[in-house]
Design a protein. Structure first.
Length: 537
């Protein structure tokens, strides 16, 4: 089977920050693991480039929307490269492929009678002289009463609504009170997909139960048809056969998954249909819990109606908090990817996030003191320490040649830990995988310490070689098991082991007679680290 894995598309109107990186690191770990396992998988994503915020921000900056999204694309791709995010295709929703699929899906839904036109009342700012998009109307949530919420959904209770439903609304551009004005728009009959969506949710055993139950409550409460167009001025694609309207960004944004796959296929001689149409394909999305309504209802219904494959899984994660609070610019806890990688090693953040990520929507917290402690004690003091002491002993005292391991000791620990670690990766339980890896490394360190090869070598070089070679076999396994999480560090370890391009098939294999290269330090201790002087130190 051929698998395409995606992360949610970052919006091309601002920088990548640590909250974004939770998802991209989570997805990348999973994709890298599947590659190690020999799976046929591609990782596709794109910048989300359309919508009024892009158009308005570009106007404020005195540049075109195209210039703004080009600038964002360059910054985003540089940040992703720094954090070793291994996209097979990173593209843009402002692409010919995205326009092609948007028109195709729209026409198929329209031909089936799933799209109709209706006059609606919208928020209109007389001062700005424009219809206001969802994110440019703010007010009080009509369901829970939370203040200062966006015009499409509440960040507190996750309710969805129209901008005209907000209590005490105001224009986010000029702060004036919007009027109501009629406009004719295109609607997608989401309500007609109620039974099919309920069946898909109930039958799909891959979906997280906590999310599935949440979505089913919305389905049972009754789904409303979805306005899929916006009025000019709007940066996006004009509707097929109607130049007066534009596709709403939430219609063409997830289509970016398909466009990015198409771009990959065109540049690599692969078949798009084998991923998104035929039974040979599998699709897995990774998203945050703030966009579940769109990905579990609108997107599956659109795919059903237009004849494309549905995702077999949508993996949802929680938010990132900093010092137990949501990231905030005013509190100095909003940390961009660039601010981080200019101060600290991205591999360390990958390890820290992995050590906290499970297959749940629970939020994870970035506490810098805990971060430093875990890097210093677990990555440096445990894993890197084992590699350093065993490889240096082998190289300096035993000519770097690996002897036969203590099969009993080695195999017992291998059987106890490795299958469970692999299973945890498959189940998106990275926290459990890291816990098992650290337990394996800790046992190996204690074995080395208790066996005292520095004393044994005075009596029997063969016995010392057996002890150290047993540890080197464990080091090799750790290099493989940690490779999805900290690929650059593990690449250095592979070089020192003189074993490039290790895969899961190399786990447990004998290294007797193999000669290692020169050992080098893998991890540096973190002593003083302040992230841009923002009160997190």
């Amino acid at each position: 089977m051929k698998l395409v894995v995606t992360s949610a598309l970052p919006y091309a109107n601002g920088p990548i920050h640590l909250g974004h990186l939770v998802e991209y690191i989570q997805t990348d770990i999973y994709v890298r693991f599947l590659r190690l396992a020999g799976e046929q998988v591609i990782y596709c994503c794109a910048d989300d480039t359309h919508g009024a915020p892009i158009e308005i921000n570009a106007y404020k900056l005195g540049i075109t929307p195209q210039e703004l999204i080009a600038r964002s694309f360059q910054e985003h791709t540089e940040d992703f490269e720094k954090f070793q995010i291994s996209f097979d295709s990173y593209y843009s929703t402002n692409s010919p492929e995205n326009k092609e699929f948007s028109d195709l899906i729209f026409s198929r839904l329209r031909d089936k009678g799933d799209i109709y036109q209706k006059v609606v009342e919208l928020s209109y700012c007389p001062k700005c002289q424009r219809f206001l998009p969802d994110r440019y109307v703010r007010g009080t949530c009509p369901r829970c009463g939370a203040h200062d919420q966006y015009g499409d959904n509440c960040e507190v209770c996750n309710a969805t609504y129209a901008t005209t439903d907000l209590i005490d609304p105001y224009c986010a551009i000029c702060k004036s009170v919007p009027a109501r004005k009629e406009s004719e728009h295109y609607f997608f009959r989401l309500s007609s997909y109620t039974d099919r969506l309920r069946a898909w949710l109930l039958e799909n055993k891959n979906l997280q139960d906590e999310i599935k139950n949440y979505i089913l409550n919305w389905v049972d409460a009754g789904l409303k048809d979805w306005d899929i167009t916006r009025d000019a001025p709007y940066f996006g694609f004009q509707i097929l056969d109607d130049p007066t309207k534009y596709y709403y960004v939430w219609l063409d944004a997830p289509i970016g998954y398909m466009a990015s796959t198409k771009h990959y296929c065109q540049t690599h001689g692969d078949d798009f249909d084998s991923y998104w149409v035929k039974d040979t394909g599998r699709i897995i999305h990774f998203i945050g819990k703030d966009i579940i309504y769109f990905h579990f209802l609108f997107w599956p219904a659109v795919l059903m109606g237009s004849g494309f494959r549905l995702p077999e899984n949508i993996v949802v994660h929680g938010f990132l908090t900093v010092n137990k609070e949501r990231m905030s610019k005013s509190r100095g806890t909003f940390i961009t990817a660039r601010e981080y990688w200019q101060k600290a090693d991205p591999s360390y953040l990958r390890f820290y996030f992995a050590a906290n990520l499970s297959h749940s929507i629970a939020d994870i917290d970035f506490d810098l003191n805990d971060f430093k402690d875990r890097i210093n004690s677990e990555l440096l003091g445990n894993v890197a320490n084992l590699a350093n002491r065993s490889l240096n002993f082998l190289k300096n005292k035993l000519n770097g040649k690996i002897a036969t391991a203590d099969e009993g000791e080695y195999r017992a620990l291998y059987d106890q830990k490795v299958p469970a670690i692999i299973d945890s990766y498959y189940k998106f339980e990275f926290r459990s995988a890291i816990r098992g890896i650290l337990e394996l490394s800790d046992f190996a360190n204690k074995y080395f310490q208790h066996a005292e090869p520095w004393k044994k070598i005075k009596e029997s070089e063969q016995e010392a070689a057996r002890i150290v070679s047993t540890c080197v076999h464990w080091v090799r396994d750790l290099a493989i098991l940690l490779k999805p999480v900290i690929p650059l560090i593990c690449q250095k370890l592979e070089q020192q082991l003189n074993l490039p391009d290790l895969t899961l098939q190399d786990l447990g294999q004998s290294l007797t007679g193999h000669t290692i290269a020169d050992p080098q330090p893998l991890v540096q201790r973190i002593d003083n680290l302040t992230l841009i002087g923002k009160g997190i130190s």
